[in-house]
Design a protein around this ligand. Structure first.
Ligand code: 5AD
Length: 401
C-alpha cells in the first residue's frame, strides 16, 4: 500500500519474505490482487505493454554437468544426444527474422571444449552476417531502394538514437559456465546477451543440488565476468526446489538486484523421472497432493516475478515455459504479473523430444510456425501485443540505475 501507480519500491528481504508468506498461506487475497496489479502497472510504465519475443534454439543436449534436477544432465540415461549442424541453426535464425523475431537465444548443454567454442563462434558469426544481409534485403524491398541505401538509413536511425544499428538478429547465449577468455571470444564473434541462472542464491542448497566440481562461487564469478565482458546479463532461479525455503526465495530477489541483472527468468521446479532431485522431492513430500503443490509453486513463481518487477523496475522478465507445464495459460498469467518477455521455442521438432529438461514440457511436438502463432494468440487473450521488429533491449542496460 501507499505506492503511487507504477512506482518501484526498494523492498528489503523481510518485506519480500512477508509477501511470499502471505501468498503461500493464501490468507490475504486482497494483498495478492494488489501485488499483481501493481506489478502490472510497473511493467506497463517501463515496457509499455509490448511483449518481447526471444526465439529459443536448443542447439545441443550434450552436457558435461550433472545438475541433479535436469533431464539432460550428463548421467541421465536413455537420452539421444544431438548437436544441430551450424547451417540448420542459421536457417532458424533467418526464419525468425522473416517472422518478426529479432532476438534469438542459443541454448545448449555445457561443454568447455575448444571444438564446442569453435562451433558457437561459427554459429554466432554466421547468424550475425547472414541475418544482417537478409535484413538489408528485406528493408530495401519494402522501401524500393538498394541495400546500400537501406544500410545508410539504418545507420542514420542508430546515430539519432545513439546506439548500434539494429540490423539482423541479436544473439543471446545460454551455454553455461565458461572461462572468461571464452566469454570474450564469443562477444567478439557478435553475441551480446548471456543467460545463466544462479538456480538458487543459497550456496548450501546449491551445493546439495550440484555435485562437485560445480560450485556456487564459481557460478557467481561467471556472472561477474559476463558483465565485465560487456554482455547484458540474464539470470534466474527455480522455485520449489527440494529443501528450498521462502527465506531463500526472498534472498533470490536481493541477489538479482545486487548482481544488477538485466534479464530475469524464473520457473517452477518440475519433477523429471530418473533424476536425483526428483527422488529427493518425493522423499521430502511423500504425501503431497502433487496438483495442489504445483499450483502453489505456480503462485509463488508469479509472486516472485511481481516482486522482482516492483523492486527492479526496468528489467526484462521472462514468462517461462515451465509455468505452462503447470497451468495451460501459465505464461499469459505471468505476463499480467510482471513478466514482459516470452520465448517461442524455435528448435526443429525432430530434436525437441530429446531436450526434455522436465516432464510435461510443452510444445514437444510443435513446429516453430505453430509456436509463433500460438503465442500471438496467447498475448492477444490478455490484451498484449508483441513488440515485433525491435531488439528489445532491457531499459536497465540502456539507462543503468
Ligand atoms: N524443472 C524446472 N526447470 C528446470 N531446469 C532444468 N531442469 C529443470 C526442472 N526439472 C531449468 C534450469 C536451467 C534451465 C535451462 O532449465 O533452471 O537453468
Amino acid at each position: 500500500g501507499g505506492l503511487s501507480p507504477g512506482a518501484t519500491a526498494n523492498l528489503d528481504r523481510e518485506q519480500v519474505l512477508g509477501v511470499l508468506e502471505a501468498v503461500w498461506r493464501r490468507g490475504d487475497l486482497n494483498l495478492e490482487r494488489a501485488l499483481y496489479s501493481h506489478a502490472n502497472a510497473v511493467t506497463n510504465k517501463y515496457c509499455g505493454g509490448g511483449v518481447y519475443y526471444r526465439g529459443l534454439v536448443e542447439f545441443s543436449n550434450i552436457c558435461q554437468n550433472d545438475c541433479s534436477y535436469c533431464g539432460i544432465r550428463n548421467n541421465q540415461k536413455e537420452v539421444w544426444r544431438y548437436t544441430m549442424p551450424v547451417e540448420e541453426v542459421v536457417e532458424v535464425a533467418k526464419w525468425a527474422l522473416e517472422n518478426g523475431i529479432r532476438n534469438i537465444m542459443l541454448q545448449g548443454g555445457e561443454l568447455k571444449t575448444e571444438q564446442r567454442l569453435a562451433y558457437l563462434e561459427a554459429c554466432v558469426r554466421a547468424i550475425r552476417e547472414e541475418t544482417t544481409q537478409l535484413d538489408l534485403e528485406m528493408r530495401a524491398r519494402a522501401a524500393s531502394t538498394t541495400t546500400a541505401e537501406a544500410a545508410a538509413s539504418a545507420q542514420a536511425d542508430a546515430e539519432a538514437k545513439r546506439g548500434e544499428p539494429e540490423l539482423g538478429v541479436v544473439v543471446s547465449l545460454s551455454v553455461g559456465e565458461l572461462p572468461m577468455e571464452q566469454y570474450e571470444r564469443l562477444f567478439r564473434a557478435g553475441a551480446r546477451r548471456y543467460l545463466i541462472r544462479i538456480e538458487t542464491s543459497n550456496p548450501d542448497l546449491y551445493a546439495a543440488l550440484h555435485p562437485e566440481p560445480m560450485s556456487w562461487h564459481a557460478r557467481v564469478e561467471c556472472l561477474r565476468n559476463l558483465k565485465k565482458a560487456g554482455y547484458m546479463l540474464g539470470t534466474g532461479v527455480m522455485v520449489g526446489l527440494p529443501g528450498q525455503t521462502l527465506h531463500d526465495l526472498a534472498g533470490d530477489v536481493m541477489f538479482f538486484r545486487d548482481i544488477k541483472a538485466d534479464m530475469i527468468g524464473m520457473g517452477p521446479f518440475i519433477t523429471q523421472p530418473g533424476t536425483p532431485a526428483t527422488d529427493k522431492w518425493t522423499a521430502l513430500y511423500p504425501n503431497a497432493n502433487k496438483n495442489s503443490h504445483m499450483k502453489s509453486m505456480f503462485d509463488l513463481t508469479t509472486a516472485m516475478n511481481a516482486l522482482v518487477r516492483i523492486t527492479m523496475g526496468n528489467v526484462n522478465i521472462s514468462a517461462t515455459t515451465a509455468l505452462q507445464a503447470i497451468i495451460p495459460t501459465g505464461r499469459e498469467i505471468a505476463l499480467e504479473r510482471g513478466a514482459n518477455v516470452v520465448m517461442p521455442i524455435l528448435t526443429p521438432t525432430q530434436y525437441r523430444e530429446s531436450y526434455q529438461l522436465y516432464e510435461g514440457k510443452p510444445c514437444i511436438t510443435d513446429t516453430a510456425v505453430q509456436c509463433r502463432r500460438c503465442l500471438d494468440m496467447r498475448l492477444h487473450s490478455v490484451g498484449k501485443t508483441s513488440a515485433a521488429g525491435v531488439w528489445g533491449d532491457p531499459a536497465s542496460f540502456l539507462h543503468p540505475i
